[in-house]
Every structure is written in C-alpha cells, then in structure tokens.
Design a protein around this ligand. Structure first.
Ligand code: PGA
Length: 249
C-alpha cells in the first residue's frame, strides 16, 4: 500500500496576506486522514509557511534548490539551508526549470543526490512536450529523464524519493492527460525501475501533475500506478485544493 501524496506547487505566486489566507483555509477545513499533504512555497515565504503550519499534519517544501551545499554561488539556496528550517521535500527538474532556466538532466541528478544527502525528499519531475508526444516519443523521453538520475544516484536512492509525471502540454493549460494516458506512462516508469529493483519500484510514489482540478482528480487518482498529484494553479485556492486532497482519500 502506497500512501498517496497531494503536493501543491505554488510556483512564483503569493504574498504574505494571500498565503495567510490560503493556509488559514487549509488549517480550518482540511480533514483528510489518508493522503500526505504538502505545499511548496517560494523561498521568502518558507519561514511564514513553516510557522503557520506548525502543529498541523501539512508538510512544506521548496520548488528548487542548488546542487551545491555552500559557497560562492550567488543567488542560490542550498539543501542543508532548507533542511535547517524543517523543509521536508523539494521539487526538482520541473519542466519550467528545464525549459526556462536550462536545467539539464545532469544538474537535476546532482540536485537529487544533494537533496538525499541533506535528508530532504526529492520530488523528481519528468514529462514530454506536445511535439514529443505527437512524435510517439513519450516513453523514450521520460525514461531518459529518469535514467539520468538512476545512473547518478543508484536505484536504492529511489526508496527515499517521489516521482512526478507532468506532461508539459498539460501544465497550466487546462488540458489534462486522460487517466489512460497518465496510467500508461506511470506504469512504464515503474516497470523501468522494477527492472533494477522490484521492491523499490513497487513502494515508490508516482504523482501526476498537469491541470489537476477538483473535478478530474478522482479519476486520475483511481489509476493503479497514480499515487497522488502535483498541483499548480488549483493549489492556490483552499477549497479547490482541499477537494483534490479528498479525492486522494
Ligand atoms: P498546473 O501545474 O496544475 O497549474 O497545471 C502543475 C505543475 O506545474 O506542477
């Protein structure tokens, strides 16, 4: 039995007041026992989020981190720093980081290792563009993104990690993968890892992300290899996010 995870990816959104309102809403109305619930906030608000979530079962994480532990890396934030504040998880390799900030598979693999060394759970994202899907390259693309990290970190590292399959064409577009499309990729990712270690593959949580909403979450989460969601836009509204968490019960 894999415990589902519903993780909010706030991206570069929010203000002190909107975050207070959002977390206030979650704290008063979120009543779920099953899934692990997590919110990933922009760096300046992490301390506020940590403070507001104290004593609740909601965990918090970051959306990126440096592969380096400390030193002359202007503008970067390290995983040991995040850990010092109680950060539980970090999103790595999101398609926006890959496409807009040019992150490579190699850098993402280094960040993944750094997260595990710091004791922060990496949520490793992968996904194909529309062009790649239409060219029939989906499996090849996601498996390459996955294997770059397996080669660097080793299969056993995945017993302490989470994966997120996020088709690029579904992110922020309102176009969601159908449950069948998502399940097919999730199953293939798990099978790829199972070739190296069956038990690691079976216990790994694989989240789906890409326009998950309250009204499509249930059918996605019902799929055998979908263990919850990474939620962007819909995680910014308490009511919507709570409904998605309930769908993962
Ligand atoms: P979306 O974003 O739910 O707004 O599509 C998901 C993500 O980018 O993690």
């Amino acid at each position: 039995m894999r415990t589902p995870i519903v993780a909010g990816n706030w991206k570069m959104n929010g203000s002190q007041s909107s975050i207070a309102e959002l977390l206030g809403g979650l704290k008063s109305d979120l009543r779920v026992a099953g899934p692990q619930v997590l919110v990933c906030a922009p760096y300046p608000y992490l301390a506020q989020v940590a403070d507001l979530l104290q004593g609740t079962s909601i965990q918090w994480g970051a959306q990126n981190a440096s592969q380096f532990a400390s030193g002359a890396y202007t503008g970067e934030v390290s995983l040991p720093m995040l850990k010092e504040f109680g950060c539980s998880s970090v999103i790595l390799g999101h398609s926006e980081r890959r496409a807009i900030f040019g992150e490579t598979d190699e850098q993402i693999a280094e960040k993944f290792v750094a997260a595990l060394e710091a004791g922060v759970t990496p949520i490793l994202c992968m996904g194909e563009t529309l062009q790649q899907r239409e060219a029939g390259q989906t499996q090849q693309v996601v498996s390459q993104q996955l294997m770059a990290v397996v080669e660097k970190a080793g299969i056993q590292a995945f017993s302490r990690a989470v994966l997120a399959y996020e088709p690029v064409w579904a992110i922020g577009t309102g176009l969601t993968a159908t449950p069948e499309q998502a399940q097919e990729v999730h199953q293939a990712l798990r099978a790829t890892l199972a070739e190296q270690d069956e038990s690691v593959a079976q216990s790994l949580r694989i989240l789906y992300g890409g326009s998950v909403k309250a009204d499509n979450a249930q059918e996605l989460f019902a799929c055998a290899d979908i263990d919850g969601g990474l939620i962007g836009g819909a995680s910014l509204k308490a009511e919507e996010f709570i409904a998605i968490c309930q769908a993962a019960e």
